[in-house]
Design a protein around this ligand. Structure first.
Ligand code: FO1
Length: 306
């Protein structure tokens, strides 16, 4: 499963209910990663681990439930940035990852240790162990900012003209990524933002080609329902970056790499047009309101292949 953040994590939490954990490999975006207060932070990797572990905060969709914020309150005394909230328990994950990375462990090894520490059966792989950062160019000023500055500090309510993946050209797929794609019975593109979550995963040299080579076994799930993103800026970004703000825009982005596109019942009217783009279209309820719905969507995704 190619993953971004929240939508992907919810689907994975459903998939582990219908598959044995060890039958599942999550290949997770690292373009949102960044360093803050000397800590290495990997939001999409942590959101996947916390959600599948059942420890995620259900309202926020990121960070841990029952969290406290004393460290951030204490930090606000000093002249440093506090727009990115790190909960007291969440800090332990960033401290551990930073400690291991400073000791020379690759991100893939640290991610495996974190997943194991949370008792997860599935494999959690970063798309790459190398530095890859999503950089967003703002329409207003032409300024280039980090993903988290755009997404969190500016609450992503600023127009964007470009998205670049710094370091992608020199990045290598993390160990196991290409084998997982080549060997999978089904390759799933999770309902994450096609441009800023799945894009950086496919931008790692070799990954897009590996997925394309399996196109007949690739099933993508649209993160856009009735022209809207369920969470985050995917709909606006599609429009700002010149794509159609609908499942058709998603279908065009995925046509080369996926045979099948799963869309929500709200978009059933698009099924024929999607078929004309050369994709098979499966229409089902894709809104994962709870783990049962996520499990049912997972079954539909796994059954979607011809
Ligand atoms: N998102 C926010 O909107 N505000 C935050 O303060 C915030 C903190 C945060 C801390 C750890 C973490 O793993 C994720 C966090 N996120 C926060 C979400 C994060 O920006 C997004 O999950 C991804 O980068 C996009 O999927």
């Amino acid at each position: 499963v190619l993953c971004g953040g929240v939508g992907a994590a919810k689907l994975l939490a459903g998939m582990v209910r219908v598959l044995e954990g060890d039958a599942l490999t999550a290949i997770v975006n690292v373009g949102d990663d960044f360093e803050l207060h000397g800590l290495e932070i990997s939001p999409d990797l942590d959101t996947v681990v916390y959600t599948v572990a059942g420890a995620i905060d259900p309202e926020r969709g990121w960070g841990l439930r029952d969290e406290t914020w004393h460290a951030m309150e204490a930090l606000s005394r000093y002249d440093t940035e506090t727009w990115f909230n790190l909960g007291d328990r969440d800090l332990a994950t960033h401290m551990y990852r930073t400690e291991r990375r400073r000791a020379g462990a690759p991100l893939s090894q640290v991610s495996a240790q974190i997943a194991r520490a949370w008792g997860l059966g599935l494999r959690v792989l970063p798309a790459s162990d190398d530095r890859l950062r999503t950089i967003v160019t703002l329409a207003e000023s032409g300024e280039q900012v980090s993903f988290q500055d755009y997404f969190v500090r500016q609450r992503h309510d600023v127009a964007v003209t470009r998205v670049d993946f710094d370091g992608a050209a020199d990045a290598a797929p993390a160990p196991g990524v290409l084998d997982a794609i080549a060997g999978a019975d089904v390759v799933v593109v999770a309902p994450s933002n096609p441009l800023i979550s799945i894009g950086p995963v496919l931008a790692v040299p070799g990954v897009r080609a590996a997925v394309q080579a399996r196109r007949d076994q690739v099933v993508a799930v649209s993160p856009i329902v009735a022209g809207q993103a369920l969470k985050g800026p995917a709909d606006r970004l599609l429009g700002e970056l010149g794509h159609e703000r609908s499942v058709l825009g998603v279908a065009r982005l995925y046509a080369e790499i996926a045979e099948t596109l799963v869309i929500d019942e709200a978009d059933a009217g698009y099924a024929e047009e999607i078929g004309r783009l050369g994709l098979r279209c499966v229409v089902t309820d894709t809104i994962m309101r709870d783990p049962d719905r996520a499990a049912r969507l997972s079954q539909a995704v796994l059954a979607a292949m011809p």
